[in-house]
Write a new protein. Structure first.
Length: 222
């Protein structure tokens, strides 16, 4: 693999030395001596790698290689673009809808009875929050419901994009001012989706998923 597109000697080092996830790295002084690069420059590159989730730095364990996760790189760029107004959440939302609808069948056939039971529990917990006094918005359950649906896709890029979507969804505050009926409609659809999954009626589940996408506001309701 040609690495000339990478401008980080530290990241090149991770690749060339085949550092495995969970493995500790030498100190920056040692890496500096190996590569002939100053510790200061390596420290700057280490911070970039840490922001991308490639490594972690802890007091006792030092520098440790982390498993690949596409989400940190996507989320940083995504939040920057939304913050500057150079891109819109609706554009990323459209990408998320395309991923979920096109990969629906591949994902749901892998769901186990335990997965479906967990999704049912998320629906029940959401209803408890919505019907409670006071009402609580089941944002956490919303995220978990969708990510669980696609949790068995063995594609780290898809998983990273979907995970970043839910962080951006929360940051966008699109649903901050929606009325109570919005959440009732959302979780009615989720409950019907679980019913379809339990019946192995995956085509009906996809129809319900697609229909419920139309509930999401496209701009903040202010």
């Amino acid at each position: 693999m040609l690495l000339h597109k990478l401008d980080s000697d530290f990241i090149k080092y991770l690749i060339n030395t085949q550092v495995a996830p969970g493995e500790r790295l030498p100190t920056l002084s040692q890496i500096s001596a190996d590569l002939g690069i100053s510790v200061g420059k390596l420290r700057e590159q280490l911070e970039v790698a840490r922001s991308l989730g490639l490594v972690s730095v802890k007091t006792r364990t030092g520098i440790q290689r982390e498993p690949f996760d596409f989400a940190p790189a996507v989320l940083t760029s995504l939040l920057f673009s939304l913050g500057t107004g150079e891109a819109q959440f609706a554009q990323f939302s459209a990408l998320r809808r395309a991923i979920e609808t096109n990969m629906w069948h591949e994902a749901v056939v892998c769901l186990t009875p335990a997965d479906k039971a967990e999704m049912r529990c998320l629906v029940e917990e959401a209803w408890r929050k919505l019907r409670g006094q006071p009402v609580h918005i089941p944002n956490g359950e919303h995220r978990k419901f969708h990510l669980k649906t696609f949790s068995h896709l063995e594609n780290p890029f898809v998983q990273g994009l979907l995970s970043a979507y839910w962080d951006a969804y929360e940051a966008s505050e699109l649903t901050r001012f929606v009325n109570y009926q919005y959440w009732v409609d959302v979780w009615t659809y989720h409950e019907r989706i679980v019913d379809a999954l339990d019946a192995n009626d995956y085509n009906q589940g996809l129809i319900l998923l697609t229909e419920h996408f139309s509930l999401l506001p496209t701009v903040p309701l202010v």
